[in-house]
Design a protein around this ligand. Structure first.
Ligand SMILES: *[C@@H]1O[C@H](CO)[C@@H](O)[C@H](O)[C@H]1NC(C)=O
Ligand SMILES: *[C@@H]1O[C@H](CO)[C@@H](O)[C@H](O)[C@H]1NC(C)=O
Ligand SMILES: *[C@@H]1O[C@H](CO)[C@@H](O)[C@H](O)[C@H]1NC(C)=O
Ligand SMILES: *[C@@H]1O[C@H](CO)[C@@H](O)[C@H](O)[C@H]1NC(C)=O
Ligand SMILES: *[C@@H]1O[C@H](CO)[C@@H](O)[C@H](O)[C@H]1NC(C)=O
Length: 332
């Protein structure tokens, strides 16, 4: 936002200077572009883009100045952001946040320099770290599954001073459920017990830190941690149920089955005896057939023949009286 209005007047000045043929106007170097301040946790990093290139072979360096409290500008020498070639100034020089702490309102500006030529200063919006910072998620999150609960431990996103504190929210939902996400908190402690969960269910969660300023004002939401999912264990009574009821159930089932079998056995005892005790009987004739099929067939034929003979016998017996009668008739 700010660089453009500064950049345009400098162009205009160049144009006017050129029109007036002032030697100073050509000494004006184009200013750095798009300065940006990255405020994340305890990081304060100022970045910008190099000015449009020219045919001048000399390298471009940059200078950063700051102002707070007294309203006068000071060169940034520690960390060294004076006559540097990179388009970045790490104001905290490694995360100590000593240089521009809350609650001071800080002004920053940057310019380009080539030889004895310098650009216009490009200013940034003023900032107060705790007012402007993006709060990251809690760090070092560890989740321990408990009995129908999850115990969450973590560290604050960064160290805060000057009466500022953090509070924490936990967003959670059942992984396989259709239930909507729930939010627990705010918690002041960095050790949270998420209770009243169902045992043996997988829950997914994200944690979030909110910065509370000295004046008790709460900064808008911090960034959510990555989603992590965890299965709860059973509480004591559910475990007791598991330990006692399941074997008990299996025992009762077996008992029932045994009883049913016994009753059936009593009821159909004879049939059961027949099935289990009498060896399966092959009819005698078939058994003989199986022993020697050829002989068996002859035997059967013989047996079939004998009744015929018998019948003949009987016929002869019937005929014999006729003979006798003949005899009787012939006798006279
Ligand atoms: C800062 O860094 C620049 C470039 O690396 C160097 O020329 C300059 O001497 C340094 N200034 C101080 C005070 O260390
Ligand atoms: C810049 O330095 C050059 C010599 O290096 C000199 O001729 C020129 O006048 C200087 N310009 C300004 C604006 O000081
Ligand atoms: C810091 O926050 C204030 C108030 O929201 C805003 O006006 C200002 O532009 C912010 N500063 C930066 C550098 O973003
Ligand atoms: C996170 O854990 C690592 C290793 O376990 C440790 O070195 C680091 O100091 C911890 N960070 C915080 C903020 O506690
Ligand atoms: C979160 O997830 C992203 C992408 O999977 C990964 O790059 C990042 O390191 C994770 N952050 C943490 C704190 O584990």
């Amino acid at each position: 936002m700010r660089p453009l209005p500064l950049w345009l007047p400098s162009l205009l000045l160049c144009g006017l200077g050129a029109a007036a043929s002032s030697p100073d106007s050509f000494s004006q170097l184009a200013a750095p572009l798009n300065p940006r301040l990255h405020l994340y946790n305890d990081e304060q990093i100022l970045t910008w883009e190099p000015p449009p290139s020219s045919n001048d072979p000399r390298p471009v360096v940059y200078q950063v100045e700051y102002s707070f409290v007294d309203g006068s500008w000071h060169r940034l020498l520690k960390p060294n952001c004076t006559d540097i070639t990179e388009t970045k100034c790490d104001l905290t020089g490694g995360g100590r946040l000593k240089l521009f702490p809350h609650p001071f309102t800080v002004f920053l500006r940057v310019r380009a320099k080539r030889g004895n030529l310098t650009s216009e200063w490009v200013g940034l919006e003023p900032f107060q770290h705790y007012e402007n910072v993006t709060v990251g998620p809690p760090k070092n999150i560890s989740v321990t599954p408990g009995k129908g609960s999850l115990v969450i431990h973590f560290s604050p996103p960064f160290d805060v001073f000057h009466g500022a504190t953090f509070q924490y929210l936990v967003h959670y939902w059942e992984k396989s459920g259709t239930q909507q996400e729930q939010v627990e908190g705010p918690f002041k402690s960095s050790s949270i017990v998420l209770g009243n969960l169902k045992p043996y269910r997988v829950y997914c969660l994200q944690t979030e830190a909110q910065l509370i300023l000295k004046n008790k004002r709460i900064r808008p939401h911090g960034l959510l941690s990555n989603v992590s999912c965890h299965e709860t264990t059973a509480d004591a009574s559910a475990r007791l149920q598991q330990v006692i009821l399941i074997p008990l159930g299996i025992f009762a089932l077996l008992l029932g089955l045994t009883g049913a079998c016994f009753i059936l056995f009593i009821k159909y005892q004879s049939r059961v005896k027949y099935w289990f005790q009498a060896p399966p009987n092959i009819p005698e004739q078939i058994e003989e057939y199986l022993k020697d099929p050829d002989q068996f067939i002859l035997e059967v034929l013989d047996k079939d023949g004998s009744p015929k003979e018998d019948s003949w016998d009987s016929v002869s017996i019937i005929s014999s009286p006729e003979k006798e009668r003949d005899d009787v008739l012939q006798t006279p």
